[in-house]
Design a protein around this ligand. Structure first.
Ligand SMILES: [Zn+2]
Ligand SMILES: [Zn+2]
Length: 140
């Protein structure tokens, strides 16, 4: 059952499952932008892009936060209102895609990263991840 993935927030009040047609439908990436650092309180954000229709919240519900990401695009983040654990993030232009927080997956190791974004903001002490793509910003 490699294409079914489950996850939850830290306190497990919110649980979800992801049912993929194929593992190729998921793309995990790391982002070093300041927005991701602030939201996660960490040195980077790591999320897994999936088709929105592949996601089902199976327990509880998320709390939503919406704000401008600094370039005029609205960024939505959904998290557990009890423990604050992140579940989802997506920009208003994400279409039928959404981004699951990698660490909320019960078995994140099944969906290893395929790339890194905003490497120009990466801390000097973080080594480059081998065998994935590296973008200095979002596209280049
Ligand atoms: Zn929680
Ligand atoms: Zn980011």
């Amino acid at each position: 059952m490699a294409n079914r993935h489950t996850g939850s927030c830290y306190c497990k009040e919110v649980k979800y499952e992801v049912n993929l047609q194929s593992l190729d439908d998921a793309r995990t990436s790391i982002c070093y932008c300041s927005n991701c650092k602030k939201w996660t309180g960490s040195a980077f954000g790591i999320t897994t892009k999936i088709p929105r229709s592949a996601l089902k919240i199976t327990k509880g519900k998320t709390t939503e936060h919406v704000s401008d990401n600094g370039s005029g695009t609205k960024l939505y983040r959904e998290f557990c209102g009890t423990c604050g654990g992140g579940i989802l993030e997506y920009g208003e232009n994400a279409g039928d895609k959404t981004y699951i927080t990698y660490g909320s997956l019960d078995h994140p190791e099944e969906l290893p990263p395929k790339g890194e974004f905003f490497c120009k903001y990466k801390e000097m002490w973080i080594p480059e991840i081998p065998n994935v793509f590296h973008k200095q910003e979002i596209k280049n």
